[in-house]
Design a protein around this ligand. Structure first.
Ligand SMILES: C[S@@+](CC[C@H](N)C(=O)[O-])C[C@H]1O[C@@H](n2cnc3c(N)ncnc32)[C@H](O)[C@@H]1O
Length: 279
């Protein structure tokens, strides 16, 4: 079938979904299947594709119309201007998390930071984005999920970094030193809200989403033992849900704290320290 006919099928399969951009997604899927870039797909719309490729493409469109996330279909996504592999069973990077990278970059530019711990690294996007720009800083990523650890390893290798390592740990269970900065974007969705989220999210791992009854269990655990793992006047940086700031500030009553908003003006990242916060 011709590329242009296959693209028209995307309108049929994907037009009802409020979260898709049918032509763009269809072109991305075809470019992945043909191993060509997007400009090739756009400039070769009359090309006839084999039955095998056409059928594979139509199968993918059907799955996509059921909500199967594009990042899992393509096996990759873009974050902070870089390509990252995304494996099924690992949280798909969110654009909002770029605010965490920007916030940590500002802290790094104003303070002497020699090592960073990331709790719950998922695909590794945050530590890897920062490690590419800060070769003198050591990054330790931990996650409880074997799939996340393997995905982070794959991305460390792809970006050819020697200053990032990843190991399994249940929060601090296998962590045995202090860090100048500890970062986490932990699971923070209230349990009862998970089933009400977009269909696409049901394909993502529950261990990356479920923050317990009130959405705060991981923040409590991270903050409870923080003094043991954070250097004197070190920084804790947390990505949070838009309505969690006040609850987390209460947990951080022994620390100075401040909050950064995202592009929609929603509370997104908390910084805490026993020293001065100048960001
Ligand atoms: C919301 S995801 C964040 C992933 C990644 N940092 C990002 O921003 O895309 C939370 C991560 O925490 C991990 N996680 C869940 N429970 C954990 C635990 N007890 N200890 C360590 N990591 C955990 C999950 O496997 C998941 O990868």
């Amino acid at each position: 079938m011709e590329i242009k006919k296959l693209l028209e099928k995307a309108i049929y399969y994907l037009n009802d979904s409020e979260y898709t951009n049918p032509y763009y997604e269809a072109r991305l899927i075809l470019s992945g299947l043909l191993d060509k870039d997007l400009s090739y797909i756009i400039s070769h719309e009359d090309e006839n594709l084999s039955e095998n490729i056409s059928n594979k493409y139509l199968d993918i469109l059907k799955k996509r119309s059921d909500g199967w996330p594009l990042a899992y279909i393509l096996g990759e996504t873009e974050f902070y201007g870089n390509k990252f592999y995304v494996d099924e069973g690992v949280l798909i990077p969110r654009r909002d998390t770029e605010i965490s990278v920007e916030t940590i970059s500002k802290i790094i530019s104003k303070n002497k930071i020699k090592n960073i711990l990331e709790i719950g690294s998922g695909t590794g996007i945050v530590s890897i984005s920062l490690a590419k720009e800060n070769e003198d800083i050591e990054f330790d990523c931990i996650d409880i999920s074997d799939k996340a650890i393997s995905n982070t390893k794959k991305n460390i290798k792809f970006h050819n970094l020697s200053n990032v390592r990843v190991f399994k740990s249940d929060i601090y269970s296998n962590v045995c030193k202090k860090y100048d900065l500890i970062y986490s974007n932990p699971p923070y969705i209230k349990r009862e809200e998970i089933s009400k989220l977009q269909k696409e999210i049901s394909y993502e791992p529950i261990t990356a989403l479920d923050g317990g009854v009130d959405g705060l269990i991981f923040y409590r655990r991270i903050i409870k033992d923080l003094d043991e793992y954070l250097s004197k006047n070190g920084f804790l940086v947390l990505e949070i849900g838009y309505d969690q700031k006040e609850d987390i500030y209460q947990l951080l009553s022994n620390y100075n704290h401040s909050c950064i908003k995202d592009l929609s003006s929603l509370d997104r990242v908390i910084i805490a320290s026993k020293g001065e916060i100048d960001v």
